[in-house]
Unconditional design. Structure first.
Ligand code: 7TS
Length: 409
């Protein structure tokens, strides 16, 4: 992969921050956007901005083709069997909430169980807490191994015939752990439960095949994979989506409206109430074209190399604690860490003065922070535009940070 050529396509990276060339290591929060995506949005707004599914005029037809064309690109991208299974949402959070509200309230009852893990993002915890409260179901957690992975034995011990829903992240935004979704799905199905996957941190970085995984729902966000904010995907198996009620009611999602009764459009539109996220979907389509042209395998390989390099270099820093699996092949392209006696917010602030952007905080995973016995951590996350040089700069700045704080205190 030619990182230098790729970087040229991301205009935002070509700038100085606080007098230093920007080193962007916060792609797990949101990725930067390449020219083909920026240009697709520009072209849409300059040349064919229009509402979809209604007008017969030329711009409306073009916008509808762009919007529905993007749905087909998403279908192929995750290998769903039909575009009826691809619902445009605002992002992972909205997608998981849609499943919890629509599937959950209809199928989960008192005495049933919902199973998640200790490593989940708040977006994959709170919708299930709410569902458990509303239905009288029990929320159960699959424990973590010492190294921040899960064991299939623990999955088998936690999931029971009472379990109706298992929901799990594919890749952890804190530990970098890659979870064995295919195997967990099998265990969920053997117990009569459905499998929901939070794919926010997987789809940007690796090939995902929903038919191979056999999961029932798969959710992800466009903004972490080079697309604009405000667009995401809910994939669901057709036979489940067909049974489910819409969550939002209004324009666009209806077939017939009477004074007291209405009927819904067929899939996938019954879940897309209101004027949809047209520009966002077109931008997501352009992002998928861009990622596929480079190749998800090449991106995964590149990030794997960066993670291995970062783990090796960063572990030489005196007083550093790195969280998650120690072996690079068990994890994705991010490294979460703490430096002894320096608060992660101070680490991130000092790094920012060197032009290096990392995230500090609880990363929307407070139960995981509790499990790690910390209140916060710092995190460097990589994407296709990062290089070994970025990691060298990070390590150099971390050593400086440590020295600065040991001089001050
Ligand atoms: N699930 C995981 C695993 C995530 O990492 C995130 C966002 C979400 C769900 C929510 O995605 P959204 O697009 O609906 O907001 N994670 C992060 C992060 O790690 N830092 O900032 C956002």
């Amino acid at each position: 992969m030619d990182v230098k050529a790729i970087r040229e396509l991301f205009p935002i990276l070509n700038q100085e921050v606080n007098g230093h060339p920007l080193v962007y290591l916060d792609s797990a929060a949101t990725s930067q956007k390449p020219l083909p995506v920026i240009e697709a949005l520009d072209e849409y707004y300059r040349q064919y901005n229009s509402n979809v599914h209604r007008g017969v005029h030329t711009l409306g037809t073009k916008a509808t083709d762009g919007y529905e064309g993007a749905r087909e690109k998403v279908r192929k991208f995750i290998n769903a069997s039909s575009t009826e299974e691809i619902i445009f949402t605002r992002g992972t959070t909205t997608s998981i909430n849609t499943v919890a509200v629509s599937y959950g309230r209809a199928n989960v009852h008192e005495g049933d169980e919902i199973v998640i893990t200790y490593m989940e993002h708040h977006s994959n915890i709170i919708p299930w807490q709410q569902l458990a409260k509303q239905t009288g179901a029990t929320l159960k957690y699959i424990p973590l191994q010492e190294d921040g992975t899960i064991s299939l034995d623990d999955v088998r011990n936690t999931v029971t015939p009472k379990t109706k829903i298992v929901s799990m992240m594919h890749v952890s935004n804190v530990l970098g752990t890659i979870n064995p979704i295919k195997e967990v799905t099998k265990i969920a199905h053997e117990n009569g439960a459905i499998m929901v996957v939070d794919g926010a941190q997987s789809t940007p970085h690796m090939k995902v095949d929903v038919q191979d995984l056999d999961c029932d729902f798969y959710t992800f966000s466009g903004h972490k994979m080079c697309a604009p904010t405000g667009i995401g995907i809910l994939y669901g198996k057709k036979h489940l989506l067909e049974q489910m009620e819409p969550v939002e009611f209004g324009g666009e999602m209806i077939d017939f409206v009477g004074l007291y009764e209405s009927t819904w459009k067929e899939l996938p539109w019954k879940f897309e109430g209101g004027t949809p996220i047209i520009a966002g979907a077109i931008g997501l389509g352009a992002a998928i074209d861009f990622l596929e042209e480079i190749g998800l395998e090449a991106i995964k390989e590149h990030e794997h190399r960066l993670a291995a390099y970062a783990l090796e270099k960063m572990s030489t820093i005196d007083g550093i604690t790195i969280y998650g699996p120690k072996e690079a092949d068990k994890r994705a392209g991010l490294v979460t860490f703490n430096i002894a006696d320096v608060h992660p917010h101070d680490v991130a602030t000092v790094l920012d003065t060197e032009g290096i952007a990392v995230r500090a905080g609880h990363h929307c995973a407070q139960p995981l922070m509790k499990w790690l016995n910390v209140s916060a951590t710092a995190r460097a996350s990589f994407y296709l535009y990062n290089s070994e040089e970025d990691i060298d700069k990070l390590v150099e700045a971390l050593i400086k940070t440590k020295e600065y704080f040991s001089d001050v205190f």
